[in-house]
Ligand binder design. Structure first.
Ligand code: F0G
Length: 425
């Protein structure tokens, strides 16, 4: 059972024993595994009962589907995954879908889904004896990479767009010991810079252009479907920025179907922020070239991306699953976030795009009556406390806080009637 890298454009194959992120033709690479007979629902279910092994990780439980050959001693894991699925009637009413659930990837060790890709990427960096790892990031990737690099005692370099990274994430990257380089430009520029620098200086690149990251992120779908007793929902909805998740989800579903782990393939819906929606425009207009957005904007800084590297893989995923791409406004994102938060679940703005997207697709009739739907929450509420506070204090430019919960200021001397009024009104 061997694994190799294959170009998605020209089909050229490469060994995994040498570091390589792109094909000679410039195309993206995909990891291909030679699956054996040992993959079954039963083996994955058995492993859920284990608690004191790396196989308890929600990523490494699916080792055969992720990185079959890697040795245990090369695995850098923080017991990631095993995230919860939530159901709340208020949320169902908001999106207009009876069977609506969210899987909370913000419950990973550093508070975002990135840990699933990072455990695999950093393990692979270790396997190939790399000492310095690097990424460009809108925040979560840098937080996750810094934590995993620290775990493996590697040096970590992160390129971030100055002033555009939420404080929760930036503080994590610094605290975990990442070397943070603030770039005077947006994420797309930082991404270009890190790819060039990694090549020149021999840094091990850990953005989702690295196909091993996607192998880890596939496990969001594996675990979700396992939690649903191997009965897939009708729709899986995911926020979309650099399109790593959309790509990984498509690959995961294709592999599950081919291995007989599922009978039916759910539709994928990939949701972008309106002013950062190159993938939506490309899909809508059936363009064979990516319709890049030069100056992307959105309150959801995690997905403020105009030139997503994985767009070709993501397009394949949407086609394979007969899925759709949708866009939502910042107003819709922040309102959806306020509702998720008020259900006691909570998420960061980018994650709420998958809730706003579910609502929009139901209103349009794309999601039909009776469909079972799961949205993926990608990051924790505490990643971006500023956006939450500014919403509830009505300080987000251009956004009307429809579900705001403004703090009440009380004078030093406060009488009982006043208290009764503010508590019971
Ligand atoms: N949600 C959150 C919370 C994110 O941090 C990101 C991406 C996405 C959604 C989009 O996922 O790229 O797979 O389409 N954050 C990256 C970063 C870009 O640098 O942290 P995608």
């Amino acid at each position: 059972m061997s694994s190799y890298l294959k170009c998605i454009d020209c089909g050229r194959e490469y060994s995994i024993e040498k570091v390589r992120f792109r094909c000679e033709c410039g195309g993206l690479l995909e990891v291909i595994h030679g699956f054996g007979n040992e993959v079954s629902r039963k083996i994955f279910d058995e492993r859920r009962k284990i608690w004191n092994s790396f196989l308890n990780s929600g990523v490494w439980r699916f080792k055969e589907l992720v990185h079959p050959l890697i040795k245990k001693e090369d695995i850098v894991s923080k017991q990631e995954g095993n995230t919860n699925i939530y159901f709340h009637e208020k949320l169902c009413r908001y999106v207009g879908i009876e069977e609506f659930m969210v899987k909370h990837e913000g419950e990973n060790p550093t508070g975002s889904f990135k840990d699933r890709g990072m455990t695999v990427g950093v393990s692979e960096a270790k396997r190939l004896k790399n000492k310095v790892v690097a990424c460009a990031s809108t925040g979560n990737t840098s937080a996750s990479l810094a934590a995993y690099a620290a775990t493996a005692a590697m040096k970590c370099i992160v390129f971030i767009p100055k002033g555009k990274v939420a404080y929760g994430k930036l503080s994590q990257a610094l605290a975990y010991g990442g070397r943070v380089l603030e770039i005077n430009g947006n994420f797309d520029f930082a991404m270009k810079l890190v790819q060039e620098t990694s090549k020149k200086l021999g840094l091990y690149l850990l953005n989702s252009v690295n196909p091993w990251r996607l192998e880890g992120q596939k496990t969001i779908v594996f675990e979700l479907i396992q939690q649903l007793n191997w009965e897939p929902p009708d729709w899986i909805i995911v926020p979309a920025g650099n399109l790593g998740n959309t790509s990984a989800f498509g690959k995961a579903l294709k592999e599950m179907k081919e291995l007989g782990l599922i009978e039916k393939v759910p539709h994928l819906a990939s949701i972008q922020a309106e002013k950062s929606s190159p993938f939506y425009e490309t899909w809508k207009k059936k363009s064979s070239k990516l319709l890049v957005v030069e100056e992307p904007e959105t309150v959801a800084t995690a997905i403020r991306i105009g030139n997503p590297v994985n767009w070709k893989k993501a397009l394949k995923a949407i086609k394979y699953t007969k899925g759709v791409v949708e866009k939502v406004t910042d107003q819709e994102i922040m309102d959806a976030k306020a509702v998720v938060d008020s259900c006691g679940i909570g998420c960061e703005p980018a994650s709420a795009a998958s809730i706003a997207g579910a609502k929009k697709l139901r209103e349009k009739g794309v999601i039909e009556e009776g469909d079972k739907v799961v949205s993926i929450l990608t990051g924790h509420l505490l990643k971006d406390p500023d956006s939450t506070m500014n919403y509830h204090r009505n300080k987000l430019p251009g956004i009307e806080p429809r579900f705001c919960n403004t703090p009440v200021s009380l004078p030093k001397e406060v009488n009982e009637n006043k208290l009764r009024e503010v508590i019971f009104s």
